[in-house]
Design a protein around this ligand. Structure first.
Ligand SMILES: [Zn+2]
Length: 159
């Protein structure tokens, strides 16, 4: 960051704190050449109309990134017959769904939206993803989920 007094670009950060309710970081800097102190604000680039922010469990926010959805789906579809194109399409659908919710969504809302769509793509991937995003602790949860899935995707057989 160029010093406003002497134009030196080398400085050291002497203090960092969050500002604007976590949307920015305020840094107090000191020029290494002349010792002048100045303040900079760091914000996420490209936050504009239509940008979806994600509120994470830790309480921090980040810009919604479809690539992260693809990465999550890729992990769940490992060794399953699901194409990269299908994952990208799914991530695009999830992004649309999140935009419809509003300018801020939670990681849980994203997880559920992924689950909704993954169910019709691949059952095994769906269950793997569910185990992560719904925080299942007991095997019984899997059974219940599998029951729901079977109910919704398979026509009832008449014996
Ligand atoms: Zn300076």
């Amino acid at each position: 960051m160029r010093c406003p007094s002497c134009s030196e670009v080398e400085d050291k950060v002497i203090d960092s704190r969050t500002a604007e309710e976590g949307a920015a970081i305020r840094r107090r800097r000191e020029c290494l050449a002349c010792g002048r102190r100045f303040t900079t604000f760091e914000r996420i680039e490209g936050v504009e109309e239509g940008t979806v922010m994600v509120l994470k469990r830790s309480g921090t926010r980040e810009v919604f990134d479809p690539a992260k959805v693809v990465a999550g789906v890729r992990a769940a579809t490992k060794n399953r017959p699901v194409s990269e194109a299908a994952m990208v399409e799914l991530a695009g659908q999830v992004e649309e769904a999140m935009r419809a919710i509003g300018s801020e969504v939670t990681t849980q809302q994203i997880g559920l939206a992924v689950l909704d769509r993954l169910a019709s793509v691949d059952e095994v991937a769906y269950l793997r993803f569910a185990s992560v995003y719904k925080g299942f602790e007991e095997a019984g949860d899997f059974q219940r989920e599998l029951g729901l899935l079977t109910k919704s995707t398979e026509p009832k057989r008449r014996d």
